[in-house]
Ligand binder design. Structure first.
Ligand SMILES: [Zn+2]
Ligand SMILES: [Zn+2]
Length: 436
């Protein structure tokens, strides 16, 4: 209660509960619809009536809840990275796996790129995300504008897409099924807590609404972003969603570059997509990993690996790896080509369906990292001369495919799909305007 009453104290908010945002205009970041949001009080959420995009979702306890989740995540993360992850027993081989051990194995064997990718996606991004969350919310809690608070908020929003603790956890289960035929495996405390950490990170991410945070920071400095009224000479900021005078280069609320649509969105998105398509060829033709045992020496591509699993009767893993490594990247590339073509030339389906396609494309791309993480785990387990797994050249190209398709999707401005609709289907423009 103390915290809630210590929230914003702007005179304009005297008549509405603390932690609220008064009625104001925003532009939907997904479809570009300009709409008026009624007063948002803690516990409320607002959604775009045209594309169903969540515009803002404020927790009932808007500071306590995110701080609690972020603190709990941070504590569990420290335990996950300091305790045993997995114990593997195979003949005379005994491996006590911890996550730092996996990273050092990769780095020592000159697979520094894989070490960096794993480090950034499972440790670096979530750690920085949590620290920035706590930094911003401590400032809000004490009603004090800390240095770089706006920059910290912008950064934590961008980091959300690059947290892959949940993907690593599922990859561990796939690796487990692969190893279990040849070795005994016991999971350590870190493994079980990683599942908890993955869920807490998702929950923390959901509880940190940037639109609300930017508003709170501005009210601490005596500004009220809702006072800028929507008219023909204002545009909505891509990041904080508040209306800003069109002639400005940067947003007064969040400090981002101000533009009606993301500059060169289609070209940048297409450039990354073409790079991903080119890298997809060596990613499939070159070996993904090499398995060396006393009686055999086997280099396998992604397709080989799926085939071995299928023939061995591990149909579940074959399906998971096929979906993550073959189906998702190909479908994502096709989806991005449809979206880019629709935005640049002729819509291939309705803007609503294209937006759903974009939303799916944006959210599934990260799951392609499963196969890379499986190779990392197998490599960390099998390091002895009796059985050794080494990553193949395809891992580097495959990482490139996943990262470039993700950047391609993130660079794409989905509002262009609806801009096109306005010129071809006027009924869509009139429908539900200014409704919420
Ligand atoms: Zn929308
Ligand atoms: Zn802004």
């Amino acid at each position: 209660m103390t915290r809630q009453s210590s929230l914003t104290t702007q005179p304009v908010l005297d008549t509405i509960p603390a932690g609220s945002i008064p009625t104001h205009h925003v532009g939907c970041p997904r479809c570009g619809l300009s709409l008026s949001i009624p007063t948002i009080v803690p516990g409320d959420q607002a959604q775009c009536p045209r594309c169903n995009q969540h515009l803002v979702r404020v927790e009932k306890y808007p500071i306590d809840t995110p701080m609690a989740y972020a603190s709990a995540s941070l504590i569990i993360m420290i335990i996950v990275y300091s305790q045993l992850y997995m114990i593997v027993d195979m003949f005379t081989l005994h491996v006590d796996l911890t996550l730092p051990y996996m990273l050092s194995t990769l780095a020592q064997q000159d697979y520094s790129l894989l070490a960096e990718v794993m480090f950034l996606l499972t440790f670096g991004s979530p750690l920085i995300f949590l620290l920035l969350c706590l930094y911003v919310y401590i400032g809000l809690y004490y009603q004090h504008v800390l240095p770089g608070m706006l920059y910290a908020t912008r950064t934590l929003v961008r980091l959300r897409h690059w947290i892959m603790v949940d993907v690593f956890f599922i990859a561990t289960l796939v690796a487990y099924i692969k190893i279990i035929g040849n070795a005994q495996i016991h999971f350590g405390l870190a493994f079980w807590l990683m599942m908890v950490l993955a869920m807490l990170l998702i929950r923390t991410s959901q509880g940190v609404p940037e639109h609300w945070i930017f508003y709170q920071i501005q009210t601490l400095t005596g500004n009220d972003p809702t006072l800028v009224k929507h008219n023909d000479s204002t545009i909505s900021c891509n990041y904080c969603l508040f209306e800003q005078p069109m002639e400005q280069n940067t947003c007064n609320v969040c400090g981002s570059f101000l533009s009606k649509r993301k500059p060169l969105s289609l070209r940048i998105s297409m450039a990354f997509l073409l790079s991903a398509i080119i890298l997809y060829i060596p990613a499939n033709l070159l070996p993904m990993m090499s398995t060396r045992a006393p009686n055999s020496n086997l280099a396998s591509t992604i397709l080989d690996g799926i085939e071995y699993m299928w023939k061995d009767g591990d149909i579940f893993i074959a399906v998971v790896i096929f979906s993550a490594s073959m189906a998702i990247p190909v479908l994502k590339i096709i989806a991005m080509l449809i979206l880019l073509y629709s935005a640049a030339y002729q819509p291939l389906m309705s803007p609503g369906k294209l937006t759903i396609l974009y939303r799916i494309t944006e959210s599934i791309g990260r799951w392609s990292m499963i196969d890379i993480f499986v190779v990392i785990i197998l490599m960390s387990v099998f390091t002895s001369p009796l059985a050794r797994v080494t990553p193949g050249a395809a891992t580097v190209y495959f990482c490139g495919v996943v990262i470039f398709t993700m950047v391609s999707a993130l660079s794409f401005d989905s509002r262009l799909l609806w801009d096109e609709a306005k010129t071809t289907n006027h009924t869509i423009r009139r429908r539900k305007r200014h409704q919420l």
